[in-house]
Design a protein around this ligand. Structure first.
Ligand code: ADP
Ligand code: MG
Length: 252
């Protein structure tokens, strides 16, 4: 497949320094994400999965290497442009949801819209935006909990609200950092089914980090991080040979 990737990471290096201690996390990581695919990234704890996601959405900068969105370099853009990318182009969901506790589900979903609008344009568009946010919550199965605050919701319900919030500005790419890591296996499966469905029906491109191999099997392609790089794909239909490459990699 020689179509230009939607998002690509090229030769990423990242080292964290804390006083005299150096932690070399990424050591020449390359990854291409194609439009419309649902990709999962596995790897042991501390292997750099979260670091990689943060670099890909410009939340943090690589020491070396670059990130491209449709061929345009984005990691070195000015802060205001990177802020805008994170608000509009990327959606992010986290293991611990990161909902604002004092806001209800609907208000949490509206938050990225409030940030994007001026006070006046927010006031004018409020009714329409609230309706769209409620529709998104319905889309993820939380239409009956619009007015509940996070502490009145279960883990699975909080993650549904967080997914709706990540989608409210219609991102091109959804990045999910262990979205099922804090959920029981049945609830985790339901969350992945929502993502699978968003990908199939709406063509949403998704990169999901997980260390649950069973969860990763629901996705189109699985890559593994080992020693700061992407190891040969565990399953990769985008590989040069036309057949899906399924390597009997030992997956921890
Ligand atoms: P993963 O998500 O695969 O568990 P991370 O990307 O969170 O791994 O972290 C990779 C390594 O980098 C870990 O050893 C972690 O302790 C270290 N690390 C992550 N963030 C920082 C930071 N801000 N400062 C120092 N070390 C960090
Ligand atoms: Mg992590």
């Amino acid at each position: 497949m020689n179509q230009q990737p939607l998002l690509s990471a090229v030769n990423l290096h990242k080292t964290y320094r804390r006083s005299a201690e150096k932690v070399q996390v990424l050591r020449g990581l390359d990854l291409e994400v194609h439009e419309g695919e649902f990709l999962s990234v596995i790897g042991s704890s501390g292997s750099g999965k979260s670091t990689m996601l943060h670099l890909m959405c410009t939340l943090d900068k690589p020491d070396d290497g670059a990130i491209y969105l449709e061929g345009r370099r984005i990691d070195n853009l000015p802060a205001a442009e990177r802020d805008q990318l994170r608000n509009r182009t990327f959606g992010f969901i986290f293991q611990f949801y990161h909902l604002l506790p004092e806001l209800n589900a609907l208000e949490n979903v509206l938050m990225p819209q409030m940030i994007m609008h001026s006070a006046w344009s927010w006031w004018k568009a409020k009714g329409k935006l609230r309706k769209e946010a409620a529709q998104l919550l319905e889309r993820v199965g939380l239409g009956h909990r619009l007015k509940h605050r996070p502490k009145e919701l279960s883990g699975g319900e909080m993650q549904r609200a967080a997914i709706a919030r990540a989608l409210v500005n219609r991102p091109r790419v959804l990045l999910a950092d262990e979205p099922t890591g804090n959920l029981d296996s049945q609830t985790g499966k339901q969350i992945v089914e929502i993502l699978r469905d968003l990908n199939r029906r709406e063509g949403l491109t998704i990169v999901m980090v997980t260390h649950n191999l069973e969860i990763s099997h629901a996705t189109d392609r699985v890559v593994k991080l080992v020693e700061g790089r992407v190891e040969a794909a565990v399953s990769d239909p985008f590989a040069d040979n036309s057949q899906a490459v399924i390597r009997a990699a030992s997956v921890a």
